[in-house]
Design a protein around this ligand. Sequence first.
Ligand SMILES: Nc1ncnc2c1ncn2[C@@H]1O[C@H](COP(=O)(O)OP(=O)(O)OP(=O)(O)O)[C@@H](O)[C@H]1O
Length: 290
Amino acid sequence: MSAISLSPENHTETFHHHHAAPANGYATNSIEINDVSVRFKTPKGVFTAVKDISLAVGRGEIVSLIGHSGCGKSTLMNTISGMVKPSSGSVIANGNLVTKPGPDRGIVFQNYSLLPWLSVYQNIYQAIDAAIHGKTATEKKALVENNLKMVKLWEHKDKLPGQLSGGMKQRVAIARAFAINPSILLLDEPFGALDALTKSNLHVELLKLWNLDNREKTIVMVTHDIEEAIFLSDRVVVMNDGPAASIKAIVDVPLPRPRNKKEIVHDPVYMGIHDKLLGFLVDKLSINDL
Ligand SMILES: Nc1ncnc2c1ncn2[C@@H]1O[C@H](COP(=O)(O)OP(=O)(O)OP(=O)(O)O)[C@@H](O)[C@H]1O
């Protein structure tokens, strides 16, 4: 689909990005974040986590959010998932105002808790059963099997979550989100706890899934990993530090796909993006932050 191709002309970066309409050439927006602010009531008074954020994500686009710890990445993601209500502004997902979580938006958290009394297999089967209607038991079983094999946990399918390592639990959560096949996938540091090899394999699996879906699936991912953000994304959104965090910069990643992890690191375009992102993240670092 030409609507999702990113041409080199899009290699721009936008400071103080305040407009919902992206200059990204996407036919339709999957997500529109319009002037969103989130304020939390705390014992010490009102705390503004994010302020006046606008961002549109095209259907089929992969966008990463990066920024320092506590800047509000998860808060912003949770306004898309529907778990945090904006104090002002609105979020539109698939054309509908977001007011609560829904099966069109799959979420993977770093510490996504699995149901401890259900086996790995049952955790995924039950999630499919709850979210997808009109599939036969055979089809659902095939979905569980395919997705557990994808994350290399098929032989652990009868274990309970308590019998798994942290990385294995994370892979179950990823398989569960993939199995439901939502049109919007929200990933909050999904690969954070994984070793480098597992992480790399899952990056490839994620992109395979995205390609199988004709690149129609929209992915928003929170990460601290610059290499991961560049390898996977069409755009990387850099957030300012909080409180009242906003968007500091949006960096386009016009590297052609499929991308080869070993090769792109030598690509001057990759290196330029890497330096730019590193600059955005470290320029504020002072001895006081350490
Ligand atoms: N429910 C809440 N009540 C009060 N403050 C909150 C709440 N949720 C988040 N915050 C505050 O909002 C700010 C942003 O938190 P958030 O978890 O979104 O940051 P983050 O960028 O995802 O951080 P990290 O990278 O460390 O995961 C933090 O200062 C946090 O303490």
